[in-house]
Design a protein around this ligand. Structure first.
Ligand code: FE
Ligand code: CA
Length: 529
């Protein structure tokens, strides 16, 4: 008997919506799976746990103007292969309140945590007021989760005066502590955008700040444990508890520099790689506050999506990994040659590209944001006369990049802003059809957020920085420290504060605003304030 994740998800809908027919079909399908104990079938346990089952914390995500997704995952022993929990169903209660002390409960329900989804819960709460803060918690057996805060977005027609959010990416667990999240939690932001490299796949190494459990992750069990280890971090948990997140992935949620069906090592058979990708995608879904629309189907997972903050901002959250063609010039860094300029190179894939174009055309928003992974600025990173660009980034997919920039210009898309992760450094880039032609008009502005911890302590300037800046007039700012970007958006102005910390090798690093760049509505390009 086949067993379909969409059907499963129908079956685990929260109280009131549960379909008995689907639940029974799901339960029957489980009986065909040899690794499920007989008591799991159609039964749900209300258990007493030997240890706190909420050790991975709670989270919320993908808010709309009427609802939000609440997440948790039961794992009393996070680093054990199954989270230290029996392969059975467990009933979990949730409640959502109007106040922090959970006195005025507005909605409550129950959901079933199943071993098929690593005892994760993805509860879609609807019927909420727009532009409101709420608090929520879960209960399983005798255990209660921490109380966390979340919010809805303003209605699509409204004109909110301000939006404050933070941009994060690249949180290599071994490379450093998550002090950046400790500071972010005090910023009182409405939202967080996480732009990828939420986990890294590498095996544990000695003599680092922390150590990955196990070797390089390959199987579903491996990916689950890795997510558990990252999620055990109290500072990461605390930031998830502050506000809803919009997450998207980059490469390391699966494997470094993978491209669509092509593994980092191109000799790996795509069919073999897709088995690994399916495991990684499933673990990603299980551990992220994503809606049912992102339930994986084998090696596929729908992640690109849109969010509207009233008429102020529209966010197009992209997936530049799943549908990619292979990187040109696989040695990774070279001039933009014929292979990089080949018209068939794509990062978005045709379907996503059509989606984003129609999304931008229909947008009434003042600010139109592409929240995505890799740098769009065509930055020549060679300090001498030769030229070298990273082929894993947009310069390796030059024609599609040009098509996108031309589309923004031709259709006069209002105030395009690109938000980027991956680089482990801050950049501010003024984007043109061809960034190497500084005599042409600026079309969009790119803010690249640095890493939370990846590459360790970091430094403000690499060697040869001045020479690289001189060669690249599109670059307005560079900084190689750790941190995050705090964005304050009004109808008149976009403000990006580059919040940085000097070290991640020990706790307690202070945060400073290393620089602030502003975009004025109607005038693309960033100015230092
Ligand atoms: Fe990274
Ligand atoms: Ca990356």
């Amino acid at each position: 008997m086949t067993f379909d994740l969409a059907q499963l998800n129908e079956a685990i809908r929260y109280e009131g919506g549960i379909s008995r027919r689907l639940f029974l079909a799901y339960a029957a399908s489980l009986s065909a799976l040899p690794w499920i104990g007989a008591r799991a079938v159609g039964q749900t346990r209300r258990a007493a746990f030997s240890n706190d089952p909420f050790r991975l914390g709670v989270a919320s995500g993908d808010p709309t103007d009427t609802g939000v997704l609440l997440w948790t995952r039961l794992a009393p022993q996070p680093l054990e292969p199954n989270g230290g929990i029996a392969p059975e169903n467990f009933e979990v209660a949730w409640e959502l309140a109007a106040d922090e002390s959970m006195n005025r409960v507005l909605q409550r329900g129950t959901a079933v945590a199943t071993p098929q989804l690593a005892h994760s819960l993805h509860v879609e709460v609807n019927g909420l007021d727009p532009n409101h803060w709420y608090w929520y918690r879960f209960r399983a057996g005798d255990a209660e989760s921490p109380i966390a805060r979340t919010r809805t977005l303003p209605t699509a027609e409204s004109s909110p005066p301000e939006l404050r959010f933070a941009v994060a990416s690249c949180q290599h667990y071994e490379a450093g502590l998550y002090t950046a999240y400790q500071h972010m939690a005090e910023e009182n932001v409405d939202l967080v955008f996480h732009l990828g490299d939420y986990i890294y796949e590498y095996g544990g190494e000695d003599n680092r700040v922390r150590k990955h459990a196990g070797g390089e992750i390959m199987s579903l069990a491996d990916y689950r444990v890795r997510h558990s280890q990252y999620r055990s971090d109290p500072l990461l948990q605390a930031m998830h508890a502050r506000c809803p997140w919009f997450v998207t992935w980059d490469d390391h949620e699966v494997e470094n520099n993978y491209a669509g069906e092509v593994a980092e090592d191109e000799r790996v058979d795509p069919a073999t790689f897709l088995v690994r990708r399916a495991a990684a995608y499933q673990a990603y879904y299980e551990n992220m506050p994503l809606r049912k629309t992102s339930l994986p189907h084998g090696p596929d997972l729908q992640l690109y999506r849109r969010a509207r903050f009233g008429r102020l901002a529209q966010f197009n959250i992209l997936d530049t990994r799943q549908y990619r063609t292979n990187q040109p010039n696989r040695d990774g860094i070279c001039d933009i040659n014929a292979a990089a300029s080949a018209p068939e190179n794509t990062m978005l894939g045709a379907t996503q590209r059509r989606w984003i174009e129609s999304s931008l055309l229909a947008s009434p928003a003042t600010w139109n944001v592409l929240a995505q992974q890799v740098m769009m600025g065509e930055v020549d990173v060679e300090p001498d006369e030769s030229r070298r660009f990273f082929m894993d980034q947009w310069p390796g997919y030059l024609r599609e990049r040009q098509r996108l920039i031309k589309f923004l210009a031709d259709h006069q898309v209002k105030n395009p802003v690109v938000l980027t992760g991956d680089y482990h450094a801050n950049w501010v880039n003024n984007l043109r059809f061809d960034d190497r032609r500084s005599d042409t008009p600026v079309v969009a502005t790119e803010f690249v957020g640095t890493s939370i911890s990846s590459e360790g302590n970091g430094a403000r300037f690499p060697k040869d920085w001045q020479a690289i800046l001189a060669k690249n007039p599109c670059v307005r700012f560079f900084n190689g420290e750790r941190g995050y970007v705090r964005c304050t958006v009004t109808p008149h102005e976009w403000r990006s504060d580059f919040r940085t910390i000097p070290y991640v090798s020990r706790p307690g690093a202070p945060v400073v605003t290393r620089a602030t760049y502003v975009v004025e509505s109607g005038r693309p390009g960033a100015e230092l304030t």
